[in-house]
Design a protein around this ligand. Structure first.
Ligand code: SF4
Length: 394
């Protein structure tokens, strides 16, 4: 219900009542149709609570001007071959293994495959890095992935091709603001997406990835727990709609997936009526609603192999196409349309931070042993608890 700060007392009562009405109306409009949908017509103050909480919480989505533009260097074939040979040699010399995400450069994915490393989603990257005997992990992805590897393997040295590779979800969840949100809702189980900083993970009860988020929330809701979810509002909305869980959502978004557009997708579906539509759940609800399969990067790759369609329209970062073509040869993959009005991730469906993982940067990291991920041990130990809960989840 509405906080006592908004309850009228004494003089000025009518003015304060009017303020409450305005706040409620404005925030109800802001909350939008998805809150009302998710409420399933309940009339028990549920929406009022959500409206109140949202009134206290600003939108943490990044503005286009806050997102870097990154154009990877063009390398002639001979130079790429030379770089790859040097990287392979140094991986052996440094007792290092390469752990890469599906969204990074195809050459780096191939290198990981060819040298006994792994190419995977963030859940499998975490597992692989923890279990591999190498003393050094080279993580090609974005910073939270390097941090996760370090949290789980504090005894190993973890390096990344660049420490500038951020994530809009991580940036859109400042630990101080998030702590205040948690403190204001002490009755809720705190579930955070892996795309967060070590400091945010340290505040959580559970960490989840898009592979297991739905199952874990379902499990918690089954025990009657109310959830505080951060930071991706689209993934949170998707999980809430699927599970019916009582979830209070932080308001962050992925700058890549948020750009997929419902109308443009239905237009392209008319051109390829037999194509299957594969969608990552960080995408907006309207795009998710017309998917044939919704899932994490690994689940999208699996769907492309399993479903009978010859053609797929894929709504996730286009870095995944490298693995899709290798995993389902002979099938055709089409990029789902985005906003299309810019010359960066808004129009190319490629994460600018993932694009910073380049061969030359990877070689320089191995040569100079710089760009090391360092985590304060106490906070790392606290963040390890919710991460291990996820990894132990059946
Ligand atoms: S694609 Fe989106 S969620 Fe993934 S790292 Fe880039 S900004 Fe973050």
């Amino acid at each position: 219900m509405i906080d006592s700060r908004y309850r009228p007392t004494g003089c000025g009562e009518r003015l304060r009542q009017a303020q409450v009405v305005v706040v409620r109306r404005l925030t109800a409009a802001w909350v939008g149709y998805e809150e009302r949908d998710a409420g399933h017509g309940r009339d028990d103050g549920w929406l009022e609570d959500k409206v109140y909480y949202r009134a206290m919480l600003r939108d943490y989505s990044l503005q286009p001007t806050e997102v870097p533009v990154h154009a990877p260097a063009f390398l002639p074939d001979a130079r790429r071959t030379e770089l790859k040979a040097d990287i392979k040699r140094l991986l052996v010399e440094r007792d290092a293994v390469l752990v890469a995400h599906y969204y990074v450069d195809g050459d780096i994915q191939d290198l990981a495959d060819e040298t006994g490393g792994c190419v995977a989603d963030s859940l499998e990257m975490a597992r692989f890095g923890r279990d591999h005997p190498a003393s050094t992990l080279i993580v090609a992805g974005v910073r939270f992935m390097g941090e996760t590897a370090k949290i789980l393997s504090p005894e190993k040295r973890v390096f990344m091709p660049t420490l500038k590779a951020e994530c809009s979800l991580d940036l859109g969840c400042p630990p101080e603001d998030f702590k205040a949100f948690c403190d204001a809702n002490p009755d809720r189980t705190v579930v955070v997406y892996a795309n967060t900083s070590v400091a945010v993970k340290a505040l959580a009860d559970w960490v989840v990835t898009s592979s297991v988020g739905l199952k874990i929330v379902e499990h918690l809701a089954g025990k009657g727990e109310k959830i505080l979810w951060a930071p991706d509002k689209h993934l949170g909305h998707y999980i809430r709609a699927k599970t019916g869980a009582d979830m209070l959502l932080w308001s962050g978004a992925c700058v890549v997936h948020e750009e997929f557009k419902f109308k443009a997708l239905t237009d392209i579906k008319r051109v390829y009526p037999d194509a299957g539509v594969l969608v990552h759940p960080e995408s907006p609800a309207a795009v998710i609603d017309i998917a044939d399969r919704v899932g994490s990067t690994s689940q999208i790759i699996q769907a492309a192999q399993e479903l009978p369609n010859d053609t797929f329209i894929v709504a996730t970062d286009r870095g995944i196409f490298h693995k899709l073509r290798k995993s389902a040869p002979g099938k055709r993959f089409i990029e789902a349309p985005t906003a299309g009005d810019g010359a960066m991730c808004r129009s190319c469906a490629h994460c600018p931070w993932m694009a910073m993982n380049e061969l030359e940067a990877l070689l320089a990291t191995l040569e100079n042993t710089d760009n090391e991920i360092l985590i304060e041990p106490q906070i790392g130990a606290r963040a390890m608890v919710p991460l291990q809960r996820m990894l132990a989840f059946p």
